[in-house]
Design a protein around this ligand. Structure first.
Ligand SMILES: NC(=O)c1ccc[n+]([C@@H]2O[C@H](COP(=O)([O-])OP(=O)(O)OC[C@H]3O[C@@H](n4cnc5c(N)ncnc54)[C@H](OP(=O)(O)O)[C@@H]3O)[C@@H](O)[C@H]2O)c1
Length: 231
């Protein structure tokens, strides 16, 4: 990272701040040939993600991302710094999943420092819900399709206000459409990968303002915020 880049949240902790962290290839793919983001990432990209996690209350992903990527347990980094910033000991993993059909044997569910949270809808089966409750707190929200505002409000109710969203394009598109995202942290990976991104649409594209940019080893790191946040 550059010496002046801190990755910090640009807003006090009493205001919820949702920042999307995604990597993309030059042709707009979110994964390499294996479909995973790790194959289009770099050491500097992983360092940026770790730094944002260090400063976050929660890491939010969708069920498909959890199934596709091998998520390692979320552990405390810099406990003193987190305490000084009034953060929990470690970020809480939050998985958004209508089905609750997730790989419950993964260590991310059993070995993370904070108990993970599953946010689900009325469509999950009783057996999947029972399995989820073994190692996670389960929040069930009404309806078959979860509303993004309801998800953010549920996190806010638990005191999780600094939210890093590492989800894939389908969840991110809904968050953009429902206007709950404050910041986009996009890493441009210097490769072409063909089309490996899940289909998604954004019905009301908006303009974002570039806050910061820097280049490390050919990877372009950017931070964008909503235009009205700079006014
Ligand atoms: N390059 C990157 O930065 C990056 C980041 C993340 C992911 N990825 C890649 O992206 C791919 C996955 O993309 P994706 O867009 O499918 O991932 P995603 O958005 O993280 O996950 C989609 C899943 O989230 C749940 N979900 C989303 N919206 C919901 C709603 N309104 N109500 C209830 N559940 C909802 C569903 O889970 P259930 O099916 O469990 O119900 C759905 O299948 C993977 O290949 C992954 O490796 C890349």
């Amino acid at each position: 990272m550059t010496s002046d880049w801190t990755g910090r949240y640009p807003w006090p902790a009493d205001r919820t701040w949702v920042r999307v962290m995604n990597a993309t290839t030059l042709d707009g793919s979110v994964g390499g040939a294996d479909g995973r983001s790790s194959s289009i990432s770099s050491p500097a990209d992983r360092a940026a993600m770790a730094e944002v996690r260090r400063l976050s209350d929660a890491v939010v992903i969708g069920g498909a991302t959890l199934r596709a990527e091998r998520y390692r347990p979320l552990r405390a980094a810099d406990p003193d710094g987190r305490r000084a910033a009034e953060l929990n000991a470690a970020p809480v993993l939050v998985v958004i999943s209508g089905s609750c059909d997730l790989p419950w044997e993964e260590p991310v569910f059993t070995e993370s420092d904070m108990r993970p949270v599953i946010i689900t809808s009325g469509s999950a089966s009783a057996s999947h819900l029972a399995r989820a409750r073994e190692n996670c707190d389960v929040i069930t929200l009404p309806g078959d399709t979860l509303g993004m505002g309801d998800i953010v409000a549920a996190l806010q109710d638990r005191g999780l206000t600094r939210i890093a969203c590492e989800a894939g394009p389908r969840l991110v598109a809904q968050m953009i459409d429902e206007d709950v995202v404050d910041e986009l942290d996009i890493t441009f990976s210097p490769v072409l990968a063909g089309s490996t991104s899940p289909a998604h649409t954004i019905t009301s594209p908006r303009r974002w303002n570039l806050l910061e940019q820097w280049v490390i080893d050919g990877f372009l790191f950017t931070r964008y915020v909503k235009d009205d946040l700079l006014a």
